[in-house]
Design a protein around this ligand. Structure first.
Ligand code: URA
Length: 316
């Protein structure tokens, strides 16, 4: 009886849990109507010349009616557009996970060096696609590419405190005093101070640790370890907020994010979900394998430690 009463109480509390407030994404706040030719082009459906021809040939339909007018205004949220009877899935933005290897720079283009955009198939490139934050040339791991500039801003601006987790190998064994120094915050030179950060030392191999930062100053991890008197030999980013680098994604490879992953990033950034993330607008096959189920950051940190310790031998 007592057990039953407790269950009822828990259920009532779960119903009363406050819904987290969210801000509307600025580009989604007012309805965007798009020209038909632009919608087709941005859906990656053929070249401009193909699109022109298909329209002329009557191969494009809107809500079941063939349309010849390439300038027709379309409501991407409601209108059903097909080309040769194949439905068009309009993607307002693109989100790509890249496993950056050493030697590649986090930029969109460079005259001499390989850049992260070179690691994706050319057909995934769109205007405005850029890395979210930067990794040094010798740092490996997770880079997120997107043309969703508002989301990118919130994932990187210190004000929104989205946590990034790095695996790090340093030159000397780390100890409790290092963990405490990171926990307090550290001067990192040039008059800059790093905010408190979490340092989790691998008990079996204390030259390895995980560091969790909520800001991204230039070379921040390296500068923090310099302050405590050691140097970084290897640096690898494991996660950005709820997005975790997929373990099976080989170095130098990339994949499109799943809808569930983009949803979690929107939640971490405090944005309300726009229509294109609604459950019935599947961007791809639903799977949450690289997203942790809880949005509690401690949980993410703990799970990342467990996964990371298993993988250590592959990283050394
Ligand atoms: N901190 C660094 O020092 N380098 C990186 O690439 C990322 C964080």
């Amino acid at each position: 009886m007592r057990k039953k009463r407790r269950r009822v109480k828990e259920d009532v509390f779960s119903l009363m849990r406050p819904i987290r407030p969210c801000d509307p994404h600025p580009d989604m706040a007012e309805k965007k109507m798009l020209r038909l030719d632009r919608l087709l082009h941005e859906s990656g459906f053929g070249t401009r010349r193909d699109i022109k021809k298909w329209l002329k040939d009557g191969a494009v339909s809107v809500n079941g009616m063939a349309v010849l007018d390439h300038g027709l205004k379309i409501d991407p949220e409601r209108d059903h557009v097909t080309v040769f009877e194949e439905a068009i899935q309009y993607e307002p933005y693109r989100y790509i996970m890249v496993h950056k290897p050493q030697g590649v720079i986090t930029a969109t283009r460079d005259a001499k060096e390989a850049v992260v955009l070179d690691l994706i198939p050319p057909e995934w490139v769109r205007e405005g696609l850029a890395p979210v934050g930067r990794l040094d040339k010798d740092t490996t791991g997770l880079v997120l590419l997107t043309d969703d500039g508002h989301l990118a801003h919130r994932l990187t601006a210190p004000r929104y405190e989205v946590e990034k987790i790095y695996a790090v190998r340093v030159a000397r064994p780390l100890q409790e005093s290092d963990r405490l120094a990171f926990q307090k915050g550290l001067p990192i030179g040039g008059g800059e101070v790093a905010k408190p950060a979490r340092l989790e030392i691998d008990p079996r191999e204390p030259r390895w640790a995980l560091v969790a930062l909520r800001e991204g100053k230039m070379h921040q991890v390296k500068r923090m370890f310099e302050t405590v008197g050691t140097s970084v030999l290897r640096l690898h980013r494991l996660s950005i907020g709820p997005l975790v680098l997929e373990e099976t994604l080989p170095e130098g490879s990339a994949r499109l994010l799943r809808r569930s992953e983009v949803v979690r990033l929107y939640e971490a950034a405090g944005y309300c979900l726009p229509y294109f993330l609604a459950a019935d607008k599947a961007m791809d096959v639903e799977s949450a394998s690289s997203v942790h189920d809880s949005d509690d950051p401690t949980d993410i940190f703990d799970k990342t430690i467990a996964a990371f310790l298993k993988r250590l031998p592959h990283l050394v």
